[in-house]
Design a protein. Structure first.
Lengths: 191, 197
């Protein structure tokens, strides 16, 4: 049990998917302008990533590996993720409309979120077991959500500040992300 | 207004240069630009995928039904990404190891999907190839520029060759994650400054 906690902490803080591994930067810049969208996106990623992590692990272990089809991994994973996202969207719309309203518009964006695909590939490359994969998927997604919400908070403040013209919008966003990454960088000492 | 073929090419080099003008494809930009070599390798891989996928999407644009077009694009792109992956594994193995999971992740690089959707699906084959080449070249130039900046200051080398004397203390901040964000942000602001004049 202790191992899993350690793994989770290392995924959330030390190897934060956004700020240390640079995955998922596009939605990071795109959806962090408002706190609400950041929270929505974070939740949607947690939701999809845990499922995608589990399913891609099973596909790797029971379909691709036994038949020696590892070279098809990229295409198999992206199709699984894309159809999973569609499926989740339809399922939520039908059965949990409240949650669908919250996550709705963010779900299609997740298909091209490299954090999802990236974590699935990391799970395979590091040869994690099924349980470990579940733990890493959840914690990477939680780390993503955490970074996104923190960043949105900072960005809402920046809106009120006077920023030099050439630095407006994305440029100042990236510099701020750098500062945030610097803060997370301190966790490296714990590993 | 129809643009000439040369214009289709050169727009990728300045007017629509990713990732600066089109803020797409940030993840590989940040992750692989620790050195010039990595940036160049990634850029060439992206050019290949972009040109091939643009070509095929443009060829099939009358066959692909609009409702499932995104899924079709992804399958086409994934196919070429696998080709690149296998080629790099065979011929440039050290680079393949360095780029790691970022090669398969070209699939979800928004630049590639974005061009398929915004350009190749609406234009003829020659234009699409030229567009893919232009945008890919622009992307490569950006990666090399950021890579050069980070490598020169972060490890004091250029293409692995030391550029400063032995007394140089590497500014390690630049090759770590925070440096990547700050570096890209500052370059973006420089581009804005240059573009506004």
């Amino acid at each position: 049990m202790g191992d899993y906690v350690l793994l989770a902490i290392s995924c959330i803080f030390v190897n934060n998917i956004l700020l240390a591994q640079y995955l998922g930067c596009c939605p990071f810049m795109g959806t962090s302008k408002k706190m609400e969208t950041a929270v929505g996106m974070g939740m949607a990623v947690i939701f999809v990533l845990v499922m995608a992590g589990a399913i891609t692990w099973l596909i790797e272990a029971y379909v691709l590996k036994p038949f020696g089809l590892e070279y098809l991994r990229t295409i198999a994973f992206i199709l699984v993720i894309a159809s999973l996202v569609q499926f989740v969207e339809m399922f939520l719309r039908k059965s949990i409309p409240a949650l669908y309203k919250g996550l709705g518009i963010f779900l299609p964006l997740i298909t091209t979120n490299c954090a999802v695909m990236g974590v699935c590939l990391i799970n395979i490359n590091e040869e994690y077991t099924f349980i470990q994969s579940l733990v890493t998927s959840f914690s990477y997604a939680a780390g993503f959500g955490l970074a996104l919400v923190l960043f949105a908070g900072v960005r809402e403040r920046i809106l009120l500040a006077r920023v030099p013209k050439p630095l407006e919008d994305t440029a100042i966003g990236l510099v701020t992300a750098g500062m945030l990454a610097l803060a997370f960088f301190a966790f490296k000492g714990m590993a | 207004m129809a643009k000439s073929i040369t214009q289709e090419f050169t727009k990728g080099l300045w007017d629509e240069i990713p990732p600066f003008r089109l803020v797409l494809g940030l993840c590989p930009t940040l992750a692989v630009t620790k050195s010039v070599e990595n940036g160049l390798g990634m850029g060439v891989a992206v050019i290949f995928v972009l040109v091939c996928s643009n070509m095929l999407v443009s060829l099939l644009r009358n066959i692909i039904p609009p409702k499932v077009r995104i899924a079709c694009f992804i399958v086409i792109i994934a196919t070429f990404v696998i080709v690149v992956e296998l080629l790099m594994q065979a011929y440039t193995y050290p680079l393949f190891l360095k780029l790691g999971i970022f090669i398969p992740l070209i699939v979800v690089n928004c630049v590639v999907l974005g061009r398929a959707e915004a350009f190749a699906y609406k234009n003829g084959i020659v234009r699409s190839i030229v567009d893919g080449f232009g945008i890919g070249a622009g992307f490569t130039i950006s990666l090399v520029a950021i890579g050069a900046l980070r490598e020169v200051f972060g490890s004091g080398t250029f293409f692995g060759i030391p550029v400063f004397g032995p007394s140089f203390q590497p500014f390690t901040f630049m090759i770590e994650a925070p440096g990547a964000f700050v570096c890209l942000g500052l370059m973006l602001s420089l581009m804005n400054l240059a573009g506004n004049e």
